[in-house]
Design a protein around this ligand. Structure first.
Ligand code: FNR
Length: 369
C-alpha cells in the first residue's frame, strides 16, 4: 500500500506480518516462552493516565532534548536489532541510518553487534553530519575481539557504547526456533560468531556471547574507552544504584523486548520504582536512565519522560518499517511518532521536554508506586 495510508506504528507491524518471509517474521516478532513479558511491556503503558493542564500557550512545541551530553531532535531512538537484512535484504541497517539522517529530527540509531552490514558500511551510509550513532556491544568470550571492536567503534566516530547484559544465555523464542537459520542474509553477522547449531536465527548467532560477563568487566571497559558506557538490560532499582556507584553514564531499563526472561517486569514500572530512589539518594543527575520495550505511541514516550527517562528506545517498529519500505518507512515511522508526540504535548499542556514531570501523571494506578 501507499506509505501515506499508514497512520500509526501498528500499521507497519500488520503489514510486516503479511509480507515478511516466515524466517524474518518469526525472528523479529518472537519473544520468550509464553510471551507474557512481551505483551506486558506494552500493556503496562495502558495503566498509566495523564493529568493534562489547560490554558497553556502551546502554539510552539519543542521536542528536542539531550542524551549523553549531545543535543537530539527527539527523545526517542532506534534501539539495536540484529539482522536487519532478513527484512530488508539489500540495504539492512544502512536504510535505518539513512531514514534517521534524512528525517527532520534525526533520532539516534543504536547499531547492534549482530548487524547484518559491517559497522563501517552503516556509518558511511549515514547522510547527515549531525546525526548520532551509538554502538550496542555483545561481549565476546574472547576479550581481544571485544577490545578490537571497541577501538573500531571509536575510530568510526560512534558516540557511546551500550553493553547488553540481559543475554548471558539466549531466551527461549519458540516461534524463531521452529525455523532453521539458513538465510545468507545473516552471513555478515554469522562471521562474527561461531555458529553451533541450526535452531533458529537467535541461537545460531548468539553462541559467542560471554556468560561470564560481570560488574568487574564493566569497570574494565570504562578504563579502556573514553566513550560513555551505558548498561543495557537493567531490571531493578538495586542494579541501577550499583551502575551509578561504578560511574557508568547510563542504564537502559529493558528486558530485551520480552525476548529473554519471560515474567520480567515491564520497564515502565521499573522506571516508576527507580526514579524516587535515585532522587532521594541525589543520584538522578549522575546517571541517565533510558528505557525500551513496548513503546508504540507518542503518549508512551511522554509517560516515560514524565517518570524521568532521558530517552526512549523502540526496536521492532523500526525493523518493520525498514522491512516494508526501506529508508522511506523508517522516515515515516519517525514522522508518525514525532507528530503524535507533539500533539500529545500540546494536549497535555507542555511546550518542551524539560517541563515534563510526574505531576502530569495519575500515579495511583502505576505498579511500583
Ligand atoms: C532485539 N534487541 C536487541 N538488543 C540488543 O542489545 N542487541 C541486539 O542485537 C538485539 N537484537 C534484537 C533483535 C530483534 C529482532 C528484536 C525484536 C530485538 C532488543 C532491542 O534492542 C530492544 O531492547 C527491544 O526490541 C525493545 O522492545 P520493542 O520496542 O521491540 O518492543
Amino acid at each position: 500500500p501507499d506509505i501515506d495510508s499508514l497512520v500509526n506504528i501498528y500499521d507497519f507491524e500488520f503489514l510486516a506480518s503479511q509480507i515478511l518471509t516466515k524466517q524474518a517474521w518469526s525472528y523479529y516478532s518472537s519473544a520468550a516462552d509464553d510471551e507474557v513479558t512481551h505483551r506486558e511491556n506494552h500493556a503496562a503503558y495502558h495503566r498509566i493516565f495523564f493529568k493534562p493542564r489547560i490554558l497553556v500557550n502551546v502554539k510552539e512545541v519543542d521536542t528536542s532534548t539531550t542524551m549523553l551530553g549531545e543535543k537530539v531532535g527527539v527523545p526517542f531512538y532506534v534501539s539495536a536489532t540484529a539482522l536487519c537484512k532478513l527484512g530488508n535484504p539489500k540495504e539492512g541497517e544502512k536504510d535505518i541510518a539513512r531514514g534517521c539522517g534524512e528525517s527532520d529530527v534525526k533520532p539516534v540509531q543504536m547499531i547492534s553487534t549482530l548487524a547484518s552490514c559491517s559497522l563501517q558500511e552503516i556509518v558511511e551510509a549515514a547522510p547527515s553530519k549531525e546525526q548520532i550513532q551509538w554502538f550496542q556491544l555483545y561481549v565476546n568470550s574472547d576479550r581481544k575481539i571485544t577490545e578490537d571492536l571497541i577501538k573500531n567503534v571509536e575510530k568510526l566516530g560512534l558516540k557511546a557504547i551500550f553493553v547488553t547484559v540481559d543475554a548471558p544465555s539466549l531466551g527461549n523464542r519458540e516461534k524463531d526456533a521452529k525455523v532453521k537459520f539458513t538465510n545468507s542474509n545473516g552471513a555478515k553477522a554469522m562471521e562474527k560468531s561461531k555458529v553451533k547449531e541450526s535452531k533458529g536465527a537467535s541461537r545460531a548467532l548468539s553462541s559467542f556471547i560471554d556468560p561470564a560477563l560481570n560488574w568487574d568487566d564493566i569497570i574494565e571497559f570504562k578504563k579502556k574507552t573514553k566513550l560513555p558506557i551505558v548498561i543495557k538490560g537493567v531490571q531493578c532499582v538495586e542494579d541501577v544504584l550499583k551502575a551509578a556507584e561504578i560511574g557508568v553514564a547510563g542504564v537502559v531499563l529493558s528486558n530485551h523486548g520480552g525476548r529473554q526472561l519471560d515474567f520480567s517486569r515491564a520497564p515502565i514500572e521499573v522506571l516508576a520504582e527507580t526514579m524516587p530512589v535515585l532522587r532521594e539518594k541525589k543520584l538522578d543527575d549522575k546517571i541517565e536512565i533510558f528505557i525500551d520495550g513496548g513503546v508504540r505511541r507518542g503518549t508512551d514516550i511522554l509517560k516515560a519522560l514524565c517518570l524521568g527517562a532521558k530517552g526512549v528506545g523502540l526496536g521492532r517498529p523500526f525493523l518493520y518499517s525498514n522491512s516494508c519500505y526501506g529508508k522511506e518507512g523508517v522516515k515515516k515511522a519517525i514522522e508518525l511518532l514525532k507528530d503524535e508526540l507533539e500533539m500529545s504535548m500540546r494536549l497535555l499542556g507542555v511546550t518542551s521536554i524539560d517541563q515534563l514531570s510526574e505531576k502530569y501523571l495519575d500515579l495511583s494506578t502505576i505498579h511500583g508506586r
